[in-house]
Design a protein around this ligand. Structure first.
Ligand code: MG
Length: 338
């Protein structure tokens, strides 16, 4: 298989501040696979909490087992082969998997969704993320999101400035919102009190209220919560669904956590069997990762694929948000990578 790796750094338009800390950029490795004149792109986006690095991704994607892949392939077979031999490295696997799907979609002149036989005419609203910020910064973000056509927001909370964030937001818009606490609330009591208040403010769902291992406490939150509670940090890959299914109403499925499109589809189907709601999210990927994930939107109850709108130097163009929903568009490289 002929391919090239491009280390890169995605810069946020605004510093991205959440309860874990502040980030101005995210390290990335793009992979370009070339075959019979067709090109497939993939992306490993590496926020520090995932513990993969550009070097670990490059090392993984330089393994003989990757170099020796003979095209064309059925991407799920490659994921399975690599995952059996080399556990972990999910972002690296995701980059390879989405590049193989992207290549296949061009060779067969069908979208990834069509190849997966996903009905493509329905899609839930996509959220626009607002990190912890001042009123003035929030005002600019809400105005920008409204101009693009976003109809639903996702507000990051940290347990320290929750009231100000929501009160600022409500001064700016009456649109509905989701909340992502990123493990920032300390216990069941705080979670239930704040969920009751947020439900009265027009909040639709709560993501990751408590630390990721607090699964017993989350069972209590789930049983008394007025809003659906979703696992993000608590649920990384397919095998985690079993252990979180009693503690949450839904799960945030991301290509970078689960190993790519092939696994995300499996995970969505399994989540539905467990009667879990599905949010298809991202790690603020560029248009490469978000376009791949956008193919799964029709299978989701909620979508959070705003990555390209949060990044200042996306080298690609692809999926768009129109009338608040993700709309597929062919992936185009705008700027050369070196
Ligand atoms: Mg989250």
């Amino acid at each position: 298989m002929q391919y090239t790796l491009y280390p890169y750094q995605l810069k946020f338009r605004y510093p991205f501040h959440i309860s874990h800390g502040l980030r101005t950029h995210t390290d990335v490795v793009f992979i370009k696979i070339e075959h019979e004149g067709f090109v497939g792109w993939g992306e490993a986006t590496l926020p520090p909490y995932l513990r993969e690095t550009r070097q670990s991704v490059i090392d993984f994607l330089s393994l003989p087992e990757v170099k020796n892949i003979t095209l064309p392939v059925h991407p799920p077979d490659i994921f399975k082969m690599l995952d059996e031999k080399f556990p972990g490295n999910m972002s690296a696997k995701a980059a390879l998997d989405m590049a193989l799907w992207n290549l296949k979609s061009q060779m067969e002149q069908k979208s990834i969704g069509e190849l997966l036989e996903i009905q493509s005419d329905k899609s839930p609203l996509c959220t626009y993320t607002i990190g912890l910020c001042s009123f003035d910064e929030m005002k600019r973000k809400v105005e920008e999101a409204n101009a693009i056509g976003f109809k639903l927001f996702k507000i990051k909370l940290d347990g320290k400035q929750d009231e100000e964030m929501i009160s600022d937001f409500r001064k700016l818009t009456n649109k509905p919102f989701a909340v992502d606490v990123n493990q920032g609330w300390k216990d069941v009591k705080e979670a239930l009190t704040k969920i009751k208040w947020l439900s009265a403010e027009g909040c639709m769902l709560i993501e990751q209220p408590l630390v990721k291992d607090a699964l017993e406490e989350m069972k209590e939150v789930k049983s008394d919560s007025l809003l659906p509670v979703f696992a993000d940090e608590s649920c990384q890959q397919l095998s985690d669904l079993e252990k979180v299914k009693e503690s949450f109403h839904g799960v945030n499925i991301k290509l970078m956590k689960c190993g790519g499109v092939s696994q995300a589809v499996e995970m969505i189907l399994q989540a539905k069997k467990y009667e879990l709601k599905v949010l298809v999210g991202c790690m603020s990927e560029s248009s490469v990762g978000c376009s791949a994930a956008a193919n799964l939107a029709p299978l989701a109850d909620y979508v959070d694929l705003d990555g390209p709108y949060l990044i200042a130097n996306d080298p690609f163009e692809g999926m768009k948000v129109e009338e608040g929903k993700v709309k597929l568009s062919p992936l185009v490289q705008k700027h050369p990578l070196s």
